[in-house]
Design a protein around this ligand. Structure first.
Ligand code: SAH
Length: 203
């Protein structure tokens, strides 16, 4: 009788990665609890994008791994691709943790500015402006390289591309309004999710 679940090692590794990811989020969420918001630009559309990312990143992979519901989309992946996926997972989780640690109290799930919001330009923010979204991209690649299923494997990448293209212009406009020339100068010396080559960096 075929297994009612897809519990192969790469799938389980990804689910462990998701548990670590949720643990990191939960830890930092506790640390910013009670911080007051001064500007809230979170819209219904922005919240919908977050829901899409959660469905793509967590709900569909769990559905695929722990049931047979999505098995129509299964295919085979060579082990070398799985190894690449594990690598993306480790680097993605490290970057997710570091971006939370460096952003500190300036972090929020939606588009917000805190009271006495500080512009962070150090740590993983010294070369790229969106290391947390870069970690989402890495985690989405890991998902595609570890879960051999068209839907569960690639759903997060679609959601993250959407989040990135819609949210980043709004987020940068908000930071430009708050920090003006300081953010402009920061934009000139950094990349979005990939570091700029051949430019001076630092704070
Ligand atoms: N786009 C960033 C941060 C995501 S969290 C990343 O990918 O790492 C979203 C919140 O972070 C936004 O509401 C904004 O207020 C805040 N933010 C983004 N970049 C920041 C920076 N360099 N310094 C301080 N706050 C920042």
């Amino acid at each position: 009788m075929p297994s009612p679940m897809n519990l192969q090692a790469p799938n389980l590794l990804f689910m462990v990665g998701i548990a670590v990811y949720l643990g990191i989020r939960n830890y930092f969420q506790h640390r910013v609890r009670g911080r007051k918001t001064s500007i809230n630009e979170s819209s219904a559309g922005d919240k919908l994008l977050i829901v899409l990312v959660v469905v793509g990143q967590i709900v569909l992979p769990a559905q695929y791994v722990f049931s047979r519901w999505l098995n129509a989309g299964n295919y085979l992946l060579p082990m070398v691709v799985n190894v690449l996926g594990a690598l993306c997972l480790f680097v993605g989780l490290w970057l997710f943790w570091r971006s939370h640690a460096d952003l500190g109290p300036s972090w929020s799930v939606t588009l917000e500015m805190r009271e006495s919001h500080v512009l962070v330009t150090r740590g993983v923010y010294s070369r790229i402006r969106h290391p947390m979204y870069a970690s989402f991209f890495l985690m989405s690649m890991a998902q595609g390289f570890l879960l051999a299923n068209w839907i569960a494997g690639w759903a997060a990448l679609v959601a993250v591309i959407l989040l990135y293209t819609v949210r980043v212009p709004q987020e940068e406009a908000m930071l430009l309004r708050s920090f003006g020339p300081q953010y402009e100068a920061y934009m000139r010396r950094t990349g979005g999710v990939v570091p700029r080559i051949g430019r001076a960096h630092g704070t």
